[in-house]
Design a protein around this ligand. Structure first.
Ligand SMILES: Cc1cc2nc3c(=O)[nH]c(=O)nc-3n(C[C@H](O)[C@H](O)[C@H](O)COP(=O)(O)OP(=O)(O)OC[C@H]3O[C@@H](n4cnc5c(N)ncnc54)[C@H](O)[C@@H]3O)c2cc1C
Length: 385
């Protein structure tokens, strides 16, 4: 058994229920088993497979199945149990869970010592329309299949695709789509519609300059300060942000990346314990995109933070269950971030935001980070911080 500072276990086999088997949930699972291999863990997730969503834009090049790991494989690998169900909590329910240490699901009673909520953050819902795709569509069919289908169905010479949303997800998809269209020798025009003046506004200014210059080189039209209103019979309906002037462009399809939905966030103290009615619930933790820690650490909606919070919550669950009960605060700060721009290019920062990387060096950092997560899924923890 690996050594965890400030953890002196009691002679009791812990029962932990993890709601959500994404990045935070998996990081918590592997960390719990690393330090306390006999922990009895149940993962509740409505899906039958864990999705490595940070690679989703790559399904224009690789099969979607490469990104899916059946929970049954994780059950065999880690000796945990998966229950296919969806659980939603409000403050009252969390308080009842804390008092009873029990969750009732599909008439099954799940007793636990600790509960970890790691159910992520949904994407903003969009209209369902044959000529509109969003992130959800790419979680069920590979990008290559969706676009090939579109190209076969719309065989006109002057067709175009509009990608809406210049955040990290929209940009990663935009460049993959452009390169897919080039590889398949399609003459389809590609444009980006974005509500802001610049793309990737949450990142250092150099990101925008680099991405815009690459878009220019690759002949991707850019409509900044423009709101999307809808897609209708071969046109995209738009509004200019400043003048509120409505206009439309010919567009065979819109692909929407409108960001994450504002939904129930679980506030937590600096140790990851959920706060309900102004009190910290001692046995209920939260991690990942659905959590907001009241601490000095980073609360960004990234896999990097999700993994760090999941690992911290797991360590604190063990410490809380032990003799000393001394918990560790969440202090993690982003170490960098890389946005890929197709198979051979990327832009990112490493260490400090002023340390900008582009091209192959940025791509290599991204690959390293992804390999680190793959190792974690295999049960090998190489995260130093
Ligand atoms: C295309 C794309 C690329 C990205 N690239 C990067 C990147 O390069 N680097 C980076 O740091 N971040 C990246 N991100 C962001 C990153 O993926 C998220 O921040 C991260 O997945 C959050 O982890 P999580 O565990 O909180 O949530 P998720 O990974 O979303 O997992 C949540 C899990 O909870 C389950 N769930 C949902 N609702 C319920 C419920 N009611 N009951 C039970 N279970 C439920 C879901 O099925 C899912 O398995 C990217 C995101 C996308 C979409």
């Amino acid at each position: 058994m690996a050594f965890l500072p400030f953890y002196i276990p009691k002679q009791k086999r812990l029962k932990v229920v993890i709601v959500g088997g994404g990045y935070a949930g998996i990081a918590a699972l592997t960390t719990l088993l690393h330090y306390a291999p006999d922990t009895e863990i149940t993962i509740i997730d409505p899906n039958s497979q864990h999705l490595k969503i940070t690679h989703l834009h790559e399904t224009f090049r690789y099969p979607l199945t490469d990104l899916l790991i059946p929970f049954s494989d994780l059950e065999n690998r880690f000796g945990c149990r998966h229950m296919a169900a969806s659980v939603r909590f409000d403050e009252e329910q969390l308080q009842t869970c804390q008092e009873k240490k029990r969750l009732i699901l599909d008439e099954e009673v799940l007793d636990f010592d600790y509960l970890l909520v790691a159910s992520g953050c949904e994407s903003r819902a969009t209209e369902h329309h044959a000529d509109v795709l969003d992130l959800q569509d790419f979680t069920t069919s590979p990008g290559s299949e969706l676009l090939a289908q579109f190209i076969n169905n719309h065989n006109q010479s002057d067709q175009s695709i509009s990608v809406v949303g210049g955040g990290a997800t929209g940009i990663q998809f935009l460049f993959e789509i452009k390169q897919f269209l080039s590889r398949t020798k399609s003459k389809t025009e590609l444009r980006l519609i974005h509500s802001g003046e610049q793309v990737l506004e949450q990142f250092p200014e150099g990101f925008n300059a680099y991405v815009q210059s690459r878009m220019h080189d690759m002949n991707i039209a850019f409509y900044p300060n423009t709101y999307y209103r809808g897609q209708q019979s071969g046109t995209i309906l738009l509004t200019e942000k400043q003048t509120e002037k409505q206009f439309e462009l010919s567009s065979s399809m819109s692909i929407l990346f409108l960001g994450k939905k504002q939904q129930r966030m679980f506030p937590a103290n600096a140790f990851g314990q959920v706060i309900a009615n102004k009190k910290s619930l001692q046995n209920i933790f939260a991690a990942g995109d659905c959590s907001y820690y009241q601490s000095l650490g980073s609360n960004t909606l990234t896999a990097q933070s999700a993994v760090r919070k999941g690992k911290l919550a797991a360590r604190n669950i063990l410490r809380h269950s032990g003799f000393l009960g001394l918990l560790e605060p969440y202090l993690h700060h982003e170490l960098g971030y890389v946005v890929s721009l197709g198979p051979a290019d990327a832009v990112g920062w490493l260490g400090t935001e002023s340390n900008l990387l582009t091209g192959i060096s940025a791509l290599a950092i991204k690959e390293l980070v992804e390999v680190q997560y793959d190792l974690l899924l295999a049960g090998i923890d190489t995260y130093l911080v």
